[in-house]
Ligand binder design. Structure first.
Ligand code: SF4
Length: 338
C-alpha cells in the first residue's frame, strides 16, 4: 500500500466507475464489429497518431527471479505455485550493464527490468536498482522498471535516477481480477500507477489475454486503462504463456483474431499510447504479428526471453522487420522486359 503523506489526496483512482462502465460498452461495440471494419478504424486512428513504420524494440530482463509472495495465477515466479523455477537473487550491476549493452547493440531503444517483489524493498537492494537505472540511461536507452508496489517516495527516487517509465499491469478487468490474484487488490495496482504518475514517471500498464476472461472483461480492462487521466503512455498486451504448476496451466489458447481485436480496441481507445505486442509472440506466425501491428501495436520485445518465458528469436524478428521495411525481396525478380 502507498503510505506516503499526501498521497491519498493526490490519488485519482477510477473513482468514476460509470465512465469505466460506459467506455466498456463502447469498447465492446468496437470489439464486436466486423473484423475488417474494426481493423480499418484502428489502423486509421493509428496513422493519425503514429508513423506506421515506428515499431519500438524493447528488451525485458529479470533482475530478481522467483520466490514472489503474490499468488498471480499466471506467473511462474509466484512462491504459491510449484513451477520448478530456479530462484535468482537481485543481479549485480555488472550483469545488468552487460545485458543492457547487449540490448543496445541488438537495436533495443527501451530496456525494462523486472523484479519478482510484492513491494519494492528499501535499503541496499533499492539503491542497487537505482544504480541499474543510471546504467541503462548512460547507454542512451529508455529505462523502465517493474518492481511490484511502489511508494511515492520510491517512485520519486526512481525518477531522480533517470527512470522513464514504471510498469504495473492491471492484468484483466476489475470483475475477473479476483479469480486470478487474491494477495493484492485491483485498487492496490491503481495506487501504484498513481504513485508513478505523481512522481513524474510515465505509466506502462496493460494486461494478459487467455486467463478465462470474457470479451467484456477484455473490454473492461481496456476501459479501465483508457479512463486513467492521463492515459498510460504504454499498454502491453500479453497472451498467457501457460506454465506447468500454475492454476492457469491448462487455460485454452487465445485466437489470433481475438488478440488482434483487443489490440485494435486498445488503439482506438488510447490513440497516443504505445501498444506493445508482448508475451506470447513466440507462438504467433509472422503473418499474425503483421496483423497485430496493422491493428495498432507499435512495439515488440526482442531477445530470447521475456522475464522467465521464451520469446521470439532474432532470426524470426529479422524476417518480421524485413517484411515491414519493404524494398526488394528474394523471389521478386521480375523486371521490365521479362
Ligand atoms: S507480483 Fe509479479 S512476480 Fe509476483 S507473482 Fe505476481 S506477476 Fe509474478
Amino acid at each position: 500500500m502507498i503510505d506516503d503523506e499526501g498521497m491519498s489526496s493526490a490519488l485519482q483512482l477510477n473513482e468514476n466507475p460509470a465512465s469505466v462502465a460506459v467506455l466498456t460498452e463502447t469498447a465492446l461495440a468496437l470489439y464486436q464489429k466486423p473484423f475488417f471494419d474494426l481493423l480499418y478504424e484502428a489502423h486509421t486512428v493509428h496513422r493519425a497518431h503514429h508513423e506506421p513504420e515506428d515499431i519500438q524494440r524493447c528488451v525485458l530482463l529479470s533482475i530478481k527471479t522467483g520466490g514472489c509472495p503474490e499468488d498471480c495465477g499466471y506467473c511462474s515466479q509466484s512462491g504459491h505455485h510449484k513451477t520448478g523455477l530456479e530462484r535468482q537473487p537481485l543481479l549485480s550491476l555488472d550483469d545488468v550493464r552487460h545485458a543492457a549493452t547487449q540490448a543496445k547493440e541488438s537495436g533495443a531503444e527501451r530496456f525494462c527490468m523486472g523484479a519478482a517483489w510484492r513491494q519494492a524493498p528499501e535499503g541496499e537492494q533499492f539503491e542497487r536498482v537505482l544504480e541499474m537505472v543510471r546504467i541503462v540511461k548512460s547507454l542512451g536507452m529508455e529505462a523502465c522498471t517493474t518492481l511490484g508496489m511502489l511508494t511515492l517516495d520510491q517512485a520519486r527516487q526512481l525518477k531522480e535516477a533517470g527512470l522513464d517509465a514504471y510498469n504495473h499491469n492491471v492484468d484483466t478487468s476489475r470483475e475477473h481480477y479476483p479469480k486470478i490474484v487474491t494477495t493484492r487488490t485491483y485498487d492496490d495496482r491503481l495506487q501504484t500507477l498513481h504513485a508513478a504518475r505523481e512522481a513524474g514517471l510515465t505509466v506502462c500498464s496493460g494486461g494478459i489475454l487467455g486467463m478465462g476472461e470474457s470479451e467484456r472483461d477484455r473490454c473492461a480492462m481496456l476501459a479501465e486503462l483508457a479512463t486513467l487521466n492521463p492515459q498510460p503512455e504504454s499498454v502491453p498486451i500479453n497472451m498467457l504463456m501457460p506454465i506447468a504448476g500454475t492454476p492457469l496451466a491448462q487455460a485454452p489458447e487465445v485466437s489470433v483474431p481475438d488478440l488482434v481485436r483487443t489490440i485494435a480496441v486498445a488503439r482506438i481507445l488510447m490513440p497516443k499510447s504505445r501498444v506493445r505486442l508482448s508475451a506470447g509472440r513466440v507462438h504467433l506466425s509472422r503473418e499474425a504479428q503483421l496483423l497485430a501491428l496493422f491493428a495498432g501495436a507499435n512495439s515488440v520485445f526482442i531477445g530470447e526471453k521475456l522475464l522467465t518465458t521464451p520469446n521470439a528469436g532474432q532470426s524470426a524478428d529479422d524476417a518480421l522487420f524485413a517484411t515491414l521495411s519493404g524494398g526488394a525481396r528474394q523471389g521478386c525478380s521480375a523486371s521490365a522486359g521479362d
